[in-house]
Design a protein around this ligand. Structure first.
Ligand SMILES: NC(=O)c1ccc[n+]([C@@H]2O[C@H](COP(=O)([O-])OP(=O)(O)OC[C@H]3O[C@@H](n4cnc5c(N)ncnc54)[C@H](OP(=O)(O)O)[C@@H]3O)[C@@H](O)[C@H]2O)c1
Length: 260
């Protein structure tokens, strides 16, 4: 006997699917049976991913999305629902980071991080959430199966680390946003949870692991290793599935024990 999770018939909307964690989340949800909408600014990268997913027999769609623009968010979500179907699963993953001491953070750095990680994530979740709410209330057509919103926060949202103070502040906001949405939307069958990954080797930090400072950081980690995007596969599938109906407002660290 084996345990399996099947997402067939579900539509998953993944922001920041052009690289790193988002690309892997999309591939994994597709392998679990979901139709996936790949959304971000670098459309050529999304098309490459769509080709890889289709080669595996999956159903993938590409949409241009800039989460710093509310118009772009509204257009992309509307387009996804018209072209692919009601969004059942949102992976709210787009994010950016900068590295500098607190005293060196400029207004430009601050806006760059907060416009994407906080304002962008909020309005993407709000736009998708509004549609899930409408379906839950029976006001919109479609068979409602419950919504799943998975916000990608960070271990830095729970534990402050040097030189990424503004990023840590932005991810702490994502943690509280997750709880606020879970509280208001839970009774409509919409589960909102956050994953707080530890260090995972992706475009956002790949260059860092080659530097002396990066190597020193790895030595400080409990198991002296950095993760790879596949390390979150099981968690994303669980949180996207109906089997996670009793998990709402959870902030789940997947950081190899760094936060303890
Ligand atoms: N890697 C880690 O160690 C780690 C740890 C904790 C949390 N995280 C979080 O995980 C998420 C994914 O990061 P990653 O490591 O996979 O980094 P990544 O490879 O740099 O991916 C970031 C993604 O965000 C998208 N993005 C950035 N600005 C955007 C915008 N304005 N509109 C739409 N999409 C935008 C990018 O797509 P386009 O450039 O195509 O728009 C890209 O696909 C982020 O929220 C990050 O903070 C990562």
């Amino acid at each position: 006997m084996s345990y399996s999770i099947d997402l067939s018939g579900r539509v998953a909307f993944v922001t920041g699917a052009s690289s790193g964690l988002g690309a892997q989340f999309a591939r994994t949800l597709s392998r679990a049976g979901a139709a996936v909408v790949l959304a971000s600014r670098r459309v050529e990268k999304l098309k490459d991913l769509r080709a890889r997913i289709e080669a595996e027999g999956g159903d993938a769609h590409v949409l241009e999305l800039d989460v710093t623009s509310i118009d772009s968010i509204r257009a992309a979500v509307a387009h996804a629902e018209t072209e692919v179907g009601s969004i059942d699963i949102l992976v709210n993953n787009s994010g950016v980071s900068t590295t500098q001491r607190i005293q060196d953070v400029t207004e430009e750095d601050y806006d760059f991080i907060f416009d994407t990680n906080v304002k962008g994530a909020f309005f993407v979740a709000q736009e998708v959430g509004k549609r899930m709410l409408a379906r839950a209330r029976g006001a919109a057509p479609g068979t409602y199966t419950g919504g799943r919103i998975i916000n990608i926060a960070s271990m830095a949202g729970l534990k402050v680390l040097p030189q990424i103070g503004a990023y840590a502040m932005s991810k702490a906001a994502v943690v509280q946003m997750t709880k606020a949405m879970a509280l208001e939307w839970g009774r409509f069958g919409i589960n909102v949870n956050a994953i707080c990954p530890g260090y995972i080797d992706t475009e956002i930090n790949h260059h860092h692991w080659q530097t002396e400072q990066g190597q020193k950081l790895v030595q400080m980690l409990p198991r002296k290793r950095v993760g790879s995007p596949e390390d979150l596969d099981a968690l994303i599938v669980l949180l996207a599935s109906s089997q996670s109906h009793f998990i709402n407002g959870a902030v789940i660290a997947a950081d190899d024990g760094f936060g303890v």
